[in-house]
Design a protein around this ligand. Structure first.
Ligand code: HEM
Length: 239
């Protein structure tokens, strides 16, 4: 990240913190500041709007009940690229915000080798080297980066199809739709992991905090860094 981006980010974080509030109670840790939460929910809102309007113009079966929600067919077709642009813009700021903690490390490679045990909840606590984000969260983030770029590059020829060659428009349809289906699958897994699968995670994106117990269970290395305490010792003591 360039020095300029850090300065821009710091100023934005301070400004958002002045307007919103995060109360960190005893036994909890600050996970996501106001700035991150506002960006996350802006990305989520524009993603869902893009998805709904996109599916409405994708298939006649969905068109029948989705298009009226957005004021009919032509309006839905008009709105979709604007929702998509807003999604990309909001995610660009989140990209700058999260670029550093999303860097891929050796710990993430090890996490990936244990992914089956993670998915089946075999282990009660995560391995000690799991930091602020785990390998799965980072993969989701980088999949959005690639898809966000693909949406933009293929969305422009579809938007201005009169000005683009036919082969480019045809290719753009295929790539745009594949990216959307991958994002839809990722979104379903993400919502499940952020709510029902890992209780206590959702509050990190609402009030911005998580319990100590959540932190030593899911992100032990981050817990050690944030508190200076031993995650395994605290886990054993709490047991
Ligand atoms: C609408 C339902 C959604 C819910 C309930 C939800 C929930 C959450 C929660 C609780 C976190 C924090 C996880 C943590 O701190 O460990 C998170 C992070 C994140 N969210 Fe969402 N989110 C939603 C939609 C979206 C959408 C639509 C996107 C982008 C297309 C998105 C992208 C991300 C990313 C990249 C992260 C960081 C990595 C990760 O935790 O997977 N989220 N989300």
């Amino acid at each position: 990240m360039s020095g300029q981006a850090e300065r821009f980010d710091d100023a934005a974080r301070r400004e958002f913190a002045r307007h919103g509030r995060t109360v960190v109670r005893p036994g909890t840790l600050l996970r996501h500041p106001v700035y991150t939460r506002v960006l996350h929910w802006s990305v989520a809102i524009f993603f869902v709007l893009s998805l709904l309007t996109g599916f409405a113009i994708y298939s006649p079966w969905l068109y029948r009940w989705l298009a009226p929600l957005f004021g009919g067919g032509p309006m839905t077709r008009f709105l979709h690229p604007w929702f998509g642009l807003a999604f990309d813009l909001a995610f660009f700021f989140q990209f700058v915000n999260w670029f550093a903690p999303m860097a891929w490390t050796a710990a993430d490679r090890r996490w990936l080798r244990r992914v089956k045990a993670y998915a089946t909840n075999e282990e009660k606590v995560e391995a000690e080297d799991v930091g602020f984000f785990n390998g799965g969260q980072k993969l989701y983030f980088w999949a959005i980066v690639v898809s966000g770029l693909l949406f933009l590059v293929t969305g422009l020829p579809l938007w201005f199809d009169d000005a683009a060659p036919r082969w480019l428009v045809a290719l753009s349809y295929v790539v745009h739709d594949i990216a959307a289906l991958i994002m839809l699958a990722g979104f379903i897994v993400h919502v499940y992991e952020g709510t029902a699968a890992q209780p206590g995670t959702f509050s990190s994106m609402t009030d911005g905090t998580v319990t100590d117990e959540w932190a030593w269970t899911h992100h032990p290395a981050w817990y050690r860094e944030a508190t200076g305490r031993d995650p395994r010792e605290d886990y054993e003591q709490a047991k």
